[in-house]
Design a protein around this ligand. Structure first.
Ligand code: SD4
Length: 329
């Protein structure tokens, strides 16, 4: 019997109805009002706390998950002390800060921008691409041109910032590209939220790997790699070495595991194992995944220890340590 029919039948029971023991059990309040795990928002790393607070301004007042994730990750983009998100980020090897972001909703609508320069909020550009164009993704010069035409101002300050520029100049002396990724040099924000109406959405934004080759784009703006949402199943997002995440279609793989019945944590564990199998011998490669299903259950898993995520619900507002497979030496 469908749940709706079942509840209707229960409602049809008159006040004087004597319930059989089974019917009385079924009539218990816990079954009539199953625990709702939403609104809920999770996001990568410690800056997720502030980002979740931004998202909660919308989620906590019965607003839409899509608006919430956009607003949430924009908080991190505005934090110019963050070295992996927004214009405070580290530059590519030619000294330019280039930004990647994407957003996706319950109905699989999505927008993405990559290799974008001098615009403060790539996530807003990604959302506008989704809302105003028939395309999913714009990159580079064309993306910037479109953003300017559509009212996004070019920032009037110098990027990289002085301190970041200094660090970059020190790096230039050796010019060694390290894919070593840990808590210090690595903190893309990926966010998943479910609103009071049970709709899910996600967003991801980053300045990418420090000192990358100019033109390099990682997983974060790639739908299916850094982020994937399917309103029938749930959503996933990723952080870490983007090349590994793209090669395994990471976020999409997590959602497909959940579709086949895995819990969010199991699904994240599975992709971490697959990724390690495909990248044998690659040491120091941190990758972390977060996932949420349509029951509002969530989980994460990472290659190495050190990955954590921020959780916000009606009664929780805290950091959660992700499970992991390896420890740093
Ligand atoms: C990238 N996944 O560009 C991003 C990097 C990242 O924290 O997550 N940094 O590959």
């Amino acid at each position: 019997m469908s749940r709706r029919k079942f509840l209707k039948n229960l409602g049809a029971l008159g006040a004087g109805t004597v319930l059989t023991p089974l019917a009385a059990k079924l009539h218990s309040p816990s079954l009539l009002s199953p625990k709702k795990n939403h609104p809920i928002v999770i996001s990568t790393w410690i800056h997720g706390m502030a980002a979740n607070a931004g998202a909660w301004e919308i989620l906590g007042t019965s607003g839409d998950a899509l608006d919430a994730v956009q607003k949430g990750v924009a908080v991190t983009e505005s934090d110019l002390t963050n070295r992996s998100v927004g214009l405070g980020g580290r530059p590519d090897r030619d000294g330019y800060v280039t930004l990647d972001a994407c957003i996706m909703d319950h109905d699989s609508r999505c927008g993405s921008v990559a290799f974008l320069e001098d615009i403060q909020h790539p996530i807003d550009v990604a959302r506008a691409i989704m809302d105003k164009t028939q395309h999913v993704m714009l990159v580079g010069e064309g993306a910037q041109k479109w953003a300017l035409e559509n009212g996004f101002p070019k920032v009037d300050y110098e990027v990289p910032f002085e301190e970041v520029q200094k660090e970059y100049e020190e790096w230039l002396i050796k010019s060694e590209y390290e894919t070593d990724v840990n808590v210090e040099n690595h903190d893309t924000i990926g966010m998943l939220a479910m609103d009071a109406n049970g709709r899910i959405a996600g967003a991801c934004t980053t300045s990418g790997m420090a000192y990358k080759i100019r033109g390099r784009v990682g997983d974060s703006p790639i739908i299916g790699a850094g982020l994937f949402i399917d309103g029938d199943v749930g959503g996933a997002t990723a952080t870490g070495v983007g090349e590994a995440i793209i090669r395994t279609a990471g976020a999409s793989a997590v959602v497909e595991s959940m579709r086949r019945g895995a819990s969010p944590e199991e699904a994240c564990y599975d992709i971490v194992q697959r990724l390690l199998k495909k990248h044998r011998g690659v040491e120091g490669m941190q990758v972390g995944f977060l996932a949420m299903n349509m029951q509002g259950e969530y989980g994460g898993y990472s290659v190495y220890n050190g990955f954590n995520y921020a959780l916000r619900t009606q009664d929780r507002n805290e950091m959660v340590d992700s499970k992991y497979t390896r420890t740093w030496d």
